[in-house]
Design a protein around this ligand. Structure first.
Ligand SMILES: Cc1ncc(COP(=O)(O)O)c(C=O)c1O
Length: 414
């Protein structure tokens, strides 16, 4: 049997996954600080309304529309209008997830072996999405200096004749920073200059936390502006969906909003429509329900916003008393990045935290952080658990035992 080279992934269990599995199999407690599934974080959903929206009789008729049902696309246009962006319904393409949206855009923009620039650190799923479409991801650096920023010299250096697009996550996962207005202008300038498209993932746009470069203070409204708004110097594809906007990842509904200079945009949209028409992947009940879910997303966003803010406050209180661990500025999203003593590789640290204290965190290496000493925790974690977990992390790093163990002398068992 011969299978494609592109799927020849190394699928051996990571040391972290093994440590987690073994701890659970031994019946020992695991405090999970990586929660990213909002349906399992104790939020209150309007269950009857969410399920009721799926019972629309219009879903009994099959009337395929490549870009998606008009009423669903109009709901997406209203979503942008409420955020100050004028998006026409012909500019919206519905997909079964942001991930599918990426796949379609890679297909639209790239031939096999072409390159897409992607920020590092960033969300690790992109590697797989690109590989499946035979696209090469080329990381461009983000630097942390009074908050995260794009290293534009580094980005420009990485542009090659095969580069087709620059991907931006706004706000980024897991660094939680918004792309600033001046950065946006520079990205568009580069896009126009080199004939590159911008692929902008805004799944966390509705979750500004406040934090900015001072670690506090609200992020500025203009920073949290959608890339769908304003004039566009180059083709720009904005991705989002209800997995984050309405905290309903199980419903599998997302979209691409395409913008850009008229002629390029028209050609790109016509081709994207053929891609969409080839799959027609959205099902009718979900498309019928989309408008209602978007309109009713306010209460769940408020709950999540309250959770992330309270968790950040608690985290800061704990870290004030434990200076060995600090956190980086966070402006939006569901995650916080901890700076910890670089006592070993990040994966080693994460494995030891599981084995010794039953604490499950993401190592920075998982997201491509440069260097060592980065851990990522989810601010969706229920408050009491996050407090307990961060206290235990801070204690562990503050203790001699953590240091001893990393030097191979065996740490204290928690
Ligand atoms: C930045 C980012 N983009 C996309 C996704 C996936 O979104 P979807 O469920 O719409 O495929 C995630 C999921 O966590 C994400 O963090």
């Amino acid at each position: 049997m011969r299978l494609s080279a592109r799927t020849g992934w190394d699928r051996t269990e990571t040391r972290l996954a093994r440590a987690l599995r073994e701890r659970r199999a031994a019946g020992l407690e695991v405090l999970d600080l990586t929660a990213s599934n909002p349906t399992q974080c104790g939020f209150v959903y309007e269950e009857a309304r969410i399920l009721g929206a799926l019972g629309d009789p219009a879903a009994l008729t099959y009337d395929p529309e490549p870009r998606g049902m008009l009423r669903a696309r109009e709901a997406v246009c209203r979503y942008y209008a409420e955020r100050g962006a004028r998006v026409g319904r012909e500019q919206v393409f519905l997909t079964t997830g942001t991930s599918e949206g990426y796949g379609w855009l890679f297909r639209l923009l790239c031939d096999a072996g072409d390159e897409v620039l992607i920020a590092a650190p960033s969300y690790p799923l992109f590697d797989f999405l690109a590989q499946i479409e035979d696209v090469r991801l080329v990381p461009y650096p983000l630097v942390y200096d009074h908050g995260w920023q794009i290293d534009f010299a580094g980005l420009r250096e990485r542009i090659s004749p095969r580069t087709r697009a620059i991907a931006v996550v706004h706000p980024n996962n897991p660094t939680g920073h918004f792309t600033k207005e001046a950065e946006r202008r520079e990205l568009e300038r580069i896009g126009a200059e080199h004939g590159l498209a911008l692929v902008v993932d805004e799944v966390f746009l509705d979750y500004p936390i406040g934090g900015g470069s001072t670690l506090r203070g609200p992020s500025r409204a203009e920073d949290a502006r959608s890339f769908a708004a304003g004039e566009h110097g180059c083709l720009t594809f904005v991705l989002s969906g209800i997995s984050k906007v309405a905290a309903l990842p199980q419903m599998k509904a997302a979209w691409i909003a395409a913008t850009g200079p008229d002629e390029e945009l028209r050609e790109a949209m016509e081709r994207l429509e053929v891609v969409a028409d080839t799959f027609l992947s959205m099902n009718a009940p979900v498309q019928c329900a989309l408008a209602g879910w978007l309109e009713e997303s306010g209460p769940i966003q408020e709950q999540i916003g309250a959770r992330t803010r309270e968790n950040l406050e608690n985290l800061d209180q704990i870290l004030l008393r434990n200076p060995a661990v600090t956190r980086l500025a966070v402006e939006g999203g569901w995650y916080a990045v901890l700076r910890v003593p670089a006592l070993g590789g990040d994966e080693d640290l994460a494995v030891r935290l599981i084995e010794e204290r039953g604490l499950y965190v993401h190592p920075g290496s998982f997201f491509g952080f440069a260097g060592e000493g980065w851990l990522v925790v989810s601010l969706l974690t229920p408050e009491a658990e996050l407090r307990r977990g961060v206290e235990a992390i801070a204690r562990w790093f503050g203790e001699e035992g953590g240091v001893d163990g990393l030097q191979g002398r065996g740490g204290r068992q928690g």
